[in-house]
Design a protein around this ligand. Structure first.
Ligand SMILES: C[S@@+](CC[C@H](N)C(=O)[O-])C[C@H]1O[C@@H](n2cnc3c(N)ncnc32)[C@H](O)[C@@H]1O
Length: 506
């Protein structure tokens, strides 16, 4: 019995000899007979084993950038959210070999899982016929072969007009994240698809429109940016919450997978978990800050109660005057709100379109802080800012080197670069500065400019040295204190430490 002592080498050899489909037919038949006692051919290893098979056939590389399998701990978080949502029929859209549905049934426990299966309340959707077969058979192996035929499998393009979710569906999903090159005529053409040209947003839209509740993991990019505005507006008709994760230092998709083979490759996507609850009498979404964590905090963070603790109670509604979701730390919300209320202009109003003697240089990339300098930095990727007068330049220097500009970026962007559009839109409150405060700003800024050369730092990027200025934290504290005073906020400056930290727990 070769499967009793099966291994990767034999598996790859079998694929070469017989092809992936035939090998999996044999594996599944063997496992149905022998249940799941073989540790190598364990149902929970099938996903990875299948990926290894695809990689061996070199199909995977072509797919890599848009297909992110859900690690086991993340699947458990999604499942725990789904468990408490309304809906009768469980649908795994883009189930693959079943990471999500297997996690969900496992969390429900055998008795409830069997009840669902017995009542024909599990639906699986995927365009990959073999993956779908592995998924369905895995459920049969774990919960009873007799239930295989009770699972509804929909093999095809989920976006096809002919394919729909059943009534009263609750959905769990990790869709593909590809760009849309051509809008297919088989799809329902929607404003969201036309605006975004992103496959994941097309899945989000269709799932949300056709289900009563859902838990979906996707990139976080739809939380802001013009092209996703129509998707966010659509979300106003529903309610729930969205938790987003940074991809450094720890990364959601870099955790241990289900199985034992350690095939994980590093993926850079910043992820968001959208939970559509559709509670009565609520509209809009509660939004978490962009959560940063280190790999050793992963276990602590990936816990539903811990994740919920980062959500504010405010349901955000998207409109022309509030076009993006703001991902704010709950502790900083009072500061953010006062800042918005007391601002009556935007950063753009300080700038000149033509050159002037009042110039600042700002690196475009930001990781843990934003800086702006009078010195022309030796680097690529910098924004050159010309100001209309000295006062405007000094106020900008103060704002950009404080935590305010960085906080604003983390709230509305938070990926890699500070976009020009976001920079120009920073709300400013220069008109409420007193004469004493203007003098104070002039004093601090002059001192910092004179010391820029002392705090030069260098980082190698794409084989070129990138120059920046990193002032000691005490300088930032001083600027934060000053700006908080201007806004008449009595918080300790240490409240900003969280914004710059690489851990949400610090
Ligand atoms: C990122 S994987 C998710 C697999 C699994 N649910 C998980 O979370 O690990 C995406 C899955 O979507 C499937 N898929 C891609 N495009 C699809 C489409 N248009 N319709 C249905 N399934 C699709 C792929 O075959 C793949 O199994």
């Amino acid at each position: 019995m070769k499967f009793d002592i099966y291994n990767i080498e034999q598996y790859k050899k079998d694929i070469d000899d017989k092809g992936l489909i035939a090998v999996w037919k044999e594996i599944l038949e063997y496992c149905i007979l022998h249940n799941t006692k073989n540790t190598f051919l364990d149902v929970y290893n099938f996903g990875e084993l299948y990926e290894i098979g695809l990689a061996h056939l070199d199909k995977k590389n072509k797919k890599e950038n848009g297909v992110y399998y859900t690690p086991i701990d993340v699947a458990a978080v999604l499942s725990n959210y789904l468990k408490d949502l309304k809906g009768d029929i469980i649908c795994d859209v883009c189930c693959g070999t079943g990471n999500l549905i297997l996690s969900y049934l496992n969390i429900l426990g055998k008795e409830r899982a069997v009840e669902l299966l017995h009542n024909g309340k599990v639906y699986l959707y995927d365009m990959d016929e073999l993956a779908l077969k592995i998924c369905r058979t895995s459920i049969g192996i774990l919960y009873g072969i007799e239930y295989i035929d009770k699972i509804t499998c929909v093999n095809g393009d989920f976006l096809d007009k002919e394919i729909h979710l059943p009534k009263n569906a609750k959905v769990i999903s990790n869709p593909p994240y590809f760009k849309i090159n051509d809008i297919l005529i088989t799809w329902e053409t929607t404003e969201v698809i036309e605006d975004t040209k992103e496959l994941y947003s097309a899945f989000l839209e269709k799932i949300i429109k056709e289900s009563v509740s859902s838990v979906i993991i996707t990139p976080f990019s739809f939380l802001s940016g013009d092209k996703f505005f129509s998707l966010r507006k659509l979300l106003n008709n529903y309610n729930g919450f969205i938790i987003s994760f940074d991809n450094v230092p720890g990364n959601i998709f870099k955790g241990k997978k289900h199985g034992i083979f350690n095939t994980n490759t590093s993926n850079a996507v910043r992820a968001a978990i959208t939970v559509v609850e559709n509670k009565k009498d609520k509209k809009g979404f509660r939004i978490s800050p962009l959560l940063r964590f280190s790999s050793n905090e992963r276990e602590k963070l990936l816990n539903n109660t811990v994740l919920n603790s980062f959500l504010s109670s405010n349901y955000q509604i998207i409109s022309e005057s509030n076009r993006d979701y703001y991902k704010c730390f709950t502790e900083l919300l009072p500061i953010y709100n006062t800042w918005m209320k007391k601002s009556n202009d935007s950063f753009n109003s300080l700038l000149l379109k033509k050159t002037s003697e009042y110039v600042l240089y700002m690196p475009k990339t930001c990781r843990y802080f934003v800086s702006a300098t009078k010195k022309d930095l030796k680097r690529t990727g910098k924004t050159v800012l010309y100001f209309k007068d000295r006062e405007s330049m000094e106020f900008a220097y103060c704002l950009l080197n404080s935590s305010f500009a960085y906080l604003y970026w983390r709230i509305y962007e938070g990926a890699i670069t500070y976009s020009d559009g976001l920079l120009k839109s920073i709300p400013i409150f220069m008109d409420i500065l007193t004469e004493e405060e203007k003098i104070e700003i002039h004093k601090i800024v002059s001192k910092m400019i004179s010391e820029e050369e002392n705090y030069l730092v260098y980082k190698k990027n794409a084989s070129e040295m990138q120059e920046n200025v990193k002032f000691p934290v005490t300088y930032r504290d001083e600027l934060n204190k000053l700006l908080l005073n201007v806004l008449d906020i009595s918080n300790d400056v240490r409240i900003f430490d969280k914004v710059h930290s690489n851990s949400i727990f610090e």
